[in-house]
Design a protein around this ligand. Structure first.
Ligand code: ADP
Ligand code: ASP
Ligand code: MG
Length: 440
């Protein structure tokens, strides 16, 4: 069985939902994972933000506006009057729940409940639409099987057992529809897999059912060799290894949630990236197959903070770095890049929620310098650090101020830390020269 995930744009309009129907309705049994309609999760985030800030009337008008949009969509999607009525009733229930949330005190739990409504709406509407069109589709509530543990990792044992039991229960159903992104946490509260998490849902399900393939359908023809939002003349990559895809996703290629390939790589389940707006396009196949060396793709991650920890005396004493790492560990803050010299160690984090507390503790043991608004630019390719052409990098970037460089941490990745203001020119220069559009 295959797992197919459709993102926000793919289910973002009645026309696009029609495209999704044609893609999935091929007679094969499958699980279809849907995101919220594009824009909805952002809208819900801003409602939660209003509640947090006590902006009650702003939250109310946002809920009202979104409700109206959904009523129009339901009318355009469902001509069958009894299905139209059923779905409108469901939609109204969701929006009255959102209405009651506005009067509650803000908490993370409340926000998670609000954010979950986007995927609950899209899947309910889409399943009813398929039923109207005579497709044998069954809605599988993700909250009945998708769960994360106390470390916020998928509880694969629980998920596998629950999901497979549910699939066996509905032997007659052909297409199962479920929500991406949402899950229960270890205490059974509604939670989520972080923004963009529907990709992760798809591969978690893929691993749980040992799927033949996971397909991520989106609004572009696969993983491009550079970020198409900022760079001109990017091209789709036809094949990526799991390692390459994992590095690109982790270092900012927005097309994939950072953890997408983790659940499927050990079982060698291929992941195919496809374009809902252009189904015949090849897209990108992510598998265990590796290809020739050289830089294959470039990605960038923004919102990075660099911390320089200077301590000429302490750095060479053993146990110093351990102490530094323990501080980050205490505040559950992962470190992305790290470089050391005789007198200082520089490292980067992207989660700065506990930055002040971390700095306070670091200041007890060393002198600290902090640079915010940094970006990591990451060059990825099989064995890229051993490639003969990599020397060109330093020529290409001779005018860019590089704050840190990480070379050899993994053989498939070279990472540079630069000021975010230099990101677009850096990406474009690397694109032009490394992909041989221009010669040096
Ligand atoms: P979905 O809603 O389907 O999950 P996303 O917006 O999350 O879609 O991801 C698709 C978008 O990712 C593309 O429209 C593109 O702008 C952006 N993107 C960023 N980097 C890349 C890349 N290297 N290759 C392809 N798309 C990328
Ligand atoms: N709807 C969620 C988001 O916008 C999850 C997803 O689309 O993957 O982040
Ligand atoms: Mg996405």
């Amino acid at each position: 069985m295959k797992v197919l995930k459709f993102g926000g744009t793919s289910v973002g309009s009645v026309e696009n939902m029609g495209n999704v129907k044609s893609i999935i309705n091929d007679g094969d049994r499958k699980i279809v994972v849907l995101s919220a309609m594009s824009g909805t999760t952002n809208h819900l985030v801003s409602i939660a933000q209003d509640i947090k800030e006590g902006e009650v009337s702003s939250a109310q008008s946002k809920v009202k506006a979104l409700h109206q949009t959904y009523q129009v969509t339901v009318d355009n999607l469902l001509q069958d009057s009894s299905l139209n009525h059923k779905v409108k009733t469901y939609v109204s229930e969701v929006f009255s729940l959102l209405g009651t949330c506005i009067n509650e005190t803000y908490s993370e739990q409340l926000e998670n409940k609000i954010l979950a409504q986007g995927e609950l709406l899209s899947t309910y509407m889409f399943t009813s639409y398929l039923n109207q069109e005579g497709v044998n589709a069954k809605l599988l509530p993700a909250l009945d099987f998708m769960k994360i543990d106390a470390n916020k990792e998928p509880d694969q044992g629980y998920i596998r057992a629950r999901l497979n039991t549910m699939l066996e229960e509905y032997t007659n159903a052909e297409i199962f529809i479920t929500q991406g992104f949402i899950c229960l946490d270890a205490a059974n509260n509604i939670s989520n897999l972080q923004r963009g998490g529907s990709d992760f849902t798809a591969t978690i399900i893929g691993a749980a059912i040992l799927a033949e393939e996971v397909q991520i359908w989106t609004d572009i023809d696969g993983m491009h060799n550079n970020d198409p939002r900022y760079v001109e003349n990017t091209n789709p990559i036809s094949n990526l290894s799991f390692d390459e895809a994992a590095e690109l996703a982790y270092f900012g290629a927005k097309i994939l949630h950072p953890q997408t390939v983790t659940p499927v790589r050990t079982d060698n389940i291929p992941v195919r990236l496809k374009n809902t707006m252009d189904p015949p396009a090849h897209g990108t196949l992510i598998s265990s197959k590796t290809s020739e060396g050289g830089v294959k793709a470039i990605a960038a991650k923004d919102g990075i903070t660099a911390i320089k920890i200077k301590s000429a005396r302490m750095l060479q004493t053993h146990g110093f770095l351990k102490k530094v790492f323990e501080i980050f560990e205490t505040y559950e803050t992962p470190i992305d890049m790290i470089t050391t010299s005789e007198v200082a160690v520089s490292l980067t984090i992207d989660d700065d929620r506990n930055l002040d507390k971390i700095l306070n503790e670091l200041e007890q043991i060393a002198k600290i310098e902090v640079d915010k608004n940094q970006s990591i630019v990451c060059l990825v390719g099989h064995s890229v650090v051993n490639d003969a052409g990599t020397y060109k990098l330093f020529q290409i970037l001779k005018d860019v101020k590089i704050r840190m460089i990480s070379y050899g941490g993994s053989k498939n990745n070279i990472s540079l830390l630069i000021d975010s203001n230099d990101k677009i020119t850096t990406l474009q220069k690397l694109n032009d020269y490394l992909f041989e559009l221009v010669t040096l």
